[in-house]
Ligand binder design. Structure first.
Ligand code: PLP
Length: 423
């Protein structure tokens, strides 16, 4: 290796904080609270993640010292707030390795990102009657319902890639499904219910060989793996700030410049126009033409702080820790008599859905909550998955890098208590 490069690489590795889970936990104030007089064991990270002090402080700092509306004012505070907000956009661009900040549209979250694409494309020439959109059986409702709404309006057909019993996409079925009628593929990167990590690069490459653009729902991948949209070559990527240790009400849509330029605005209002007359309105450049009205300025700044927080660590080290949690929790849970894991894909993130005999998941969740253990129970906004496995609901433990093996042990003890109560 070229010695300059060697030095550059070494420096960037050295700059990363060493990862000590117990030290890291101190950055998240909520993790030291008690629930029902027990230390909180927070295992509902697929629903939302906890926030470090730096994120909370960045938002409080904005409101205390920088609060002003952005883009429109010439005064000191407005320029300061604009700079902080636009810096956050740059951080998002780098977080997912987009080519340009123009490709980062701030939205409320993954749901709004997908709705933006579906509503905008619906108004464009992209879709015509008889066209098809391909999604999968393991999508979150956020990546089903917006397309159904579009299908109704445009007389388009929704096709669904099936999954196997392990919870993996049937890639051969996908390959048979795609045709000249396909105008979009929209699939989840990591399933929030099953934990499956999908082979999205293979899907994107295959779709592109038919000239079909691909949207990746990255709501669960952004927190767990390093995302590189240029390497994936996806055309759209959606994620939510609150699942990457940032605030709620903010997220991002990445779109390739060629698509965002071609797509008409989805909402109209202030801050997205160049000139308005009663006869005609011309729109601002991307990404601003998609950002009508006063945005979530504090949220954007908080998301930027969350990205800074995550970036201080080597993402591979965080992933190794989560993989260890997944492995340990899987082994320990499978030792419990009558427990069945739903979603046993070869490639999984640290999300475990399970059922125990005929005990209703709501009972499991309610009972272990009395010991301060927070897991999710229900359909996880993936009702078609529940239908696929013929289940009303599952219990789901989802881990973040601040979780510990001791917390897995507490979950196991809690589940034994549940079983005892139903004996
Ligand atoms: N997609 C997936 C895979 C999710 O897990 C979620 C949320 O759980 C969403 C989309 C929707 O995210 P949000 O509610 O933040 O818009």
């Amino acid at each position: 290796m070229n010695s300059n490069l060697e030095i550059a690489n070494k420096t960037s590795v050295d700059e990363k904080q060493t990862f000590d889970v117990y030290q890291v936990r101190k950055d998240f104030p909520i993790l030291s609270r008690r629930v029902n007089d027990k230390p909180l064991v927070y295992l509902d990270n697929a629903a939302t993640t906890q926030k470090p002090d730096s994120v909370i402080d960045s938002m409080s700092h904005y409101y205390k010292f920088e609060n002003a509306n952005i883009h429109r004012g010439l005064h000191f505070l407005s320029e300061l707030a604009t700079e902080s907000y636009e810096k956050a956009r740059l951080k998002v661009k780098e977080f997912i390795n987009a080519m340009s900040v123009a490709e980062i549209v701030f939205v409320r979250g993954a749901t709004e990102a997908i709705n933006l694409v579906s509503n905008s494309l619906c108004r464009s020439e992209h879709f015509g009657s008889g066209d098809e959109i391909i999604i999968s059986e393991m999508e979150h409702h956020a990546n089903i319902v917006p397309w159904q709404l579009l299908c109704d309006r445009k007389k388009i057909k929704l096709k669904v890639i099936p999954i196997n019993d392990e919870g993996e996409l049937e890639i051969d079925a996908f390959k048979k499904m795609i045709s000249e009628k396909t105008k979009l593929v929209s699939v989840v990167h990591i399933s929030n219910s099953l934990g499956t990590i999908n082979p999205v690069k293979e899907i994107i490459d295959y779709a592109h060989s038919f000239g079909v653009p691909v949207l990746i729902d990255g709501a669960q991948s952004a927190p767990h793996i390093k995302v590189d949209v240029q390497d994936l070559d996806c055309d759209f990527f959606a994620f939510s700030g609150h699942k990457v240790f940032g605030p709620t009400g903010i997220g991002a849509l990445y779109g390739k410049t060629e698509y965002l330029n071609m797509m008409p605005p989805y909402q109209g209002g202030g801050d997205m126009i160049r000139k308005v007359t009663f006869e005609e309105t011309t729109f601002d450049d991307i990404p601003h033409k998609f950002e009508a009205g006063t945005p979530n300025i504090a949220g954007g700044i908080g998301l930027g702080a969350a990205i800074d927080y995550v970036n201080q660590f080597d993402r591979n080290v965080l992933k190794e820790h989560e993989d260890e949690l997944l492995k340990y929790a899987t082994e320990k849970l499978l030792e419990i008599d009558g427990l069945k894991i739903i979603g046993t894909a070869k490639h999984k993130a640290s999300v475990i859905s399970f059922i125990i005999k005929d005990i209703h998941p709501y009972d499991i969740g309610t009972i272990i909550d009395t010991d301060g253990i927070a897991i999710r129970t229900g359909h996880h906004c993936t009702q078609p998955i529940m239908q696929r496995y013929n289940l009303p609901a599952t219990a789901r433990a989802s881990f973040a890098f601040y979780n510990t093996l001791e917390e897995v042990d507490k979950l196991v003890v809690g589940l034994h208590k549940v079983i005892k109560m139903f004996r």
